[in-house]
Ligand binder design. Sequence first.
Ligand SMILES: [Zn+2]
Length: 188
Amino acid sequence: MTIARRTFLCTSGAALLTLSGPALASSTSRILGGAIAPSARRLKFENIHTGEKLAADYFVNGKYDPQALQAINHLLRDFRTGEVHAMDPRLMDLLADVNAGLETEAPFQVISGYRSPQTNAKLHERSSGVASKSLHMQGMAIDIRVPGRELTSLHSVAMKLGRGGVGMYPKSDFVHVDVGRVRHWAGV
Ligand SMILES: [Zn+2]
């Protein structure tokens, strides 16, 4: 009885493979293809000054996507002068990890991305919170908040990552993150 049952199972298993072989193979390779390729890293932004929104898969199939990075550079431009500057891709990776840490797909609201030297100089004159040699001028820094998440959560996730500078600005309601050396400070 046991032998008979086993035989039956083997036979039906073989039959299943034979009958649905080609269909199975193609759907399996599709699934494997999706699983082998590293998933895309997506970032969403909302520029609070220009109202521009963007969702960009900036890292796809193991490579940075130049077009997506260009779109990000445009959104993060110095909105006062219109100057576009290349943003450091490591900053994008940092932001993707912040998103993951916050367990959200909400867009980053951008208070400040790239700053041209003249814009930075003007802001520095007006506010002691703006460094004269700000990493915003090298496309290595961004000031952000995340809708639906406390500023303190955003701050602690950035601190835990420990991959650069983190500045907390509770009154202005944003956190500064950059990919410069590891340091932290409190602003207003
Ligand atoms: Zn900043």
